[in-house]
Design a protein around this ligand. Structure first.
Ligand code: ATP
Ligand code: MG
Length: 295
């Protein structure tokens, strides 16, 4: 099982937005994903409750219980844990950064954000934890070419001595709103640029974790029959810390994983990731994928 966090001390960097989109994207490619919400704001968990689909699975816990939650997910056959974290996490950020295989740091290409990212990078540096940066909510490209704001942001971020994703996630309203059926825009339009950018980012994250990315497949989600009726969701109780079910009814089992049959791994994986800083440069195929996806 692999684990990565969305980590940024700055509020509003895009941690939750990227966590949920990477979760649905990875799930569509065959991973059994658990999204673990360690933020007391519970934005990811709220998104999941409104979604009313069992996948990806969801767990809520305090950061100090993260290791236990990850263990629980592993026992239940989850192949990928994506950990959403709170802003200004202080000591908890250290716990999270140490508990996962990789830390993805979103950063908006704006002066305050580019300065504030230093606090997160300091935590990573102190732990020598594996991490990389993704520019989020960048202005739209001109064709396939990044605009000066994004190019300048890359130059600033280069000072932090961490790998920076070759794909920047563009500021797009479609990332903000779920569709009427609870699915994300990228699930409805898997070949559109919003989806191909998230796919390119996922490819890069996998490479940072030492995983050979699988060729992209069409996004598919659980059939509508698996949705939870409103009434069942309304009666839900919050579970105790750890990997546990936030919903009653169909989603009352731990993170939904027991609803699936265990099967052979669908992804050819390389050896376990090293607890060392990932390679500075991404491999060429990522850049190619990003270029193909356009922005
Ligand atoms: N690429 C994007 N395009 C458009 N809107 C975005 C994008 N990324 C984030 N947003 C929006 O910016 C706001 C903040 O994003 P988000 O909640 O994901 O940040 P966060 O880092 O999780 O914040 P917090 O630190 O408060 O948890 C949200 O309204 C979200 O919809
Ligand atoms: Mg958040």
């Amino acid at each position: 099982m692999r684990t990565f966090s969305l980590l940024a001390q700055k509020g509003g960097a895009g941690k939750t937005t990227l966590a949920v989109h990477l979760a649905v994207l990875a799930e569509s490619l065959g991973e059994r994903v658990a999204l673990i919400d360690t933020d007391p704001q519970r934005s990811a968990a709220d998104w999941w409750r409104a979604r009313k689909l069992p996948q990806p699975a969801m767990a809520e816990c305090a950061p100090e219980n993260l290791a236990k939650a990850i263990e629980g997910a592993k026992r239940r056959g989850i192949t990928l844990c994506i950990v959403d974290t709170p802003p200004h996490a202080g000591q908890f950020a250290y716990l999270v950064a140490e508990a996962v295989d990789f830390n993805l740091i979103p950063c908006r290409p704006a002066p305050f954000d580019l300065r504030a990212i230093g606090k997160t990078v300091d935590i990573i540096a102190q732990l020598n934890a594996p991490a990389g940066i993704v520019i989020n909510a960048a202005p739209a490209n001109r064709g396939d070419v990044e605009v000066p704001t994004t190019i300048e942001a890359r130059k600033t971020l280069a000072r932090y001595n961490l790998p920076v994703s070759p794909v920047a996630i563009i500021d797009r309203p479609v990332y903000q709103h779920p569709m009427d059926d609870g699915r994300t825009y990228i699930e409805h339009f898997p070949t559109g640029k919003p989806a191909t950018d998230i796919a390119a980012l996922w490819t890069w994250v996998q490479q940072q974790m030492g995983v050979a990315p699988q060729a992209r497949q069409a996004i598919s989600v659980a059939p509508k029959a698996q949705r939870v009726p409103q009434a069942a969701a309304a009666g839900a109780k919050r579970p105790p810390a750890g990997v546990a079910a936030p919903q009653a009814g169909q989603r009352s089992r731990p993170v939904g994983v027991e609803q699936r049959q265990p099967g052979p791994p669908q992804r050819q994986q390389q050896p376990a990731p090293q607890r060392s800083r990932p390679a500075e440069q991404s491999a060429p195929p990522v850049a190619a994928a990003a270029a193909r996806g356009g922005r």
